[in-house]
Design a protein around this ligand. Structure first.
Ligand SMILES: [Ca+2]
Length: 280
């Protein structure tokens, strides 16, 4: 499916080149909730519908500078249904995602969010929500692990096992390319990555770096698109601050800022019907 979407990907990237009005670059961070605030995935779009969105950072933790652009994405007030990581009365918009820890942190938060009536179990009395996962670097690989874990969870009814959209931002973990097979409970994937490290790539000197994003492996039934900036070394792409970058200069830590507006647009789309049509 990825190969058949290559033309679409090129059009998408060309469209990205022309993006100009990205707004005030300070708006998303200046207006962000304080860590003392608590947030719940309770954005309701009418009736029983709902949306649940979780953000998984790259290594090491959410305050590591390499995660700054990703945190800015998840602090964007336009994201619906964001589930906060709240511990010891402190909350963050992103979950730390180092090693396999998300199975102990992100997954319980996800199932708690799916349990809409808050009776402690996920069953058919809970309305089915649109669940979206956004992962950067290590978090991208872990997002697919979370999806796989949900698929295998016998305590969750099949109707609640769907991940509607997964956003993978330069998804990478050393020796983990085999974990990029997208589980069949994930309906739609957008991957943004780079495959050639520039001399000043932020991950060039990281352990086992540079971190070059893995491509997701999807079935033909899944709406899956993979955008590799490195395939367009001489094209100009604008980040969320309206700063131009040549494709050849885009590095690991820059990917979230480059894809920021495209991700917000993608997650804002009411695509369930469109996705279902694409799958049929
Ligand atoms: Ca419940």
């Amino acid at each position: 499916m990825i190969s058949t979407l290559r033309f679409t990907a090129i059009i998408f990237l060309l469209t990205a080149c022309s993006s100009a009005d990205l707004g005030d670059p300070r708006s998303a961070t200046d207006d962000r909730p304080t860590e003392a605030q608590t947030g719940k995935a309770d954005t309701v779009h009418g009736g029983e519908s709902c949306k649940i969105t979780l953000c998984l950072t790259g290594a090491m933790d959410h305050r590591t500078p390499s995660n700054d652009a990703f945190r800015a994405l998840c602090e964007d007030a336009r994201l619906d249904g964001l589930v906060y990581d709240c511990q010891n009365d402190r909350c963050n918009q992103t979950f730390d995602s180092f090693l396999q820890f998300p199975l102990l942190t992100v997954y319980p938060a996800l199932t708690e969010a799916i349990d809409r009536n808050k009776d402690g179990i996920v069953d058919d009395n809970d309305p089915i929500c649109e669940v979206n996962l956004i992962g950067f670097s290590w978090g991208g690989v872990n997002a697919l692990s979370i999806a796989h874990h949900l698929r295998q969870d016998r305590q969750v009814p099949n109707g609640h096992k769907t991940i509607e959209k997964a956003v993978l931002l330069d998804a990478f973990q050393p020796f983990s390319s085999g974990r990029m097979v997208v589980p069949d409970n994930v309906r739609s994937v957008r991957s943004f990555r780079h495959s050639i490290a520039s001399p000043d790539d932020c991950s060039r000197h990281s352990p086992l770096g540079p971190y070059l994003g893995y491509a997701p492996i999807c079935s033909t039934e899944q709406d899956c698109a993979d955008y590799d900036y490195s395939l367009f070394p001489d094209d100009v792409f604008y980040d969320r601050y309206d700063t131009p970058h040549l494709g050849r200069d885009i590095g690991h830590c820059m990917v979230p800022a480059l894809a920021h507006e495209q991700i917000i647009s993608y997650l804002s789309e009411a695509t369930t019907d469109a996705t279902n049509a694409a799958m049929n």
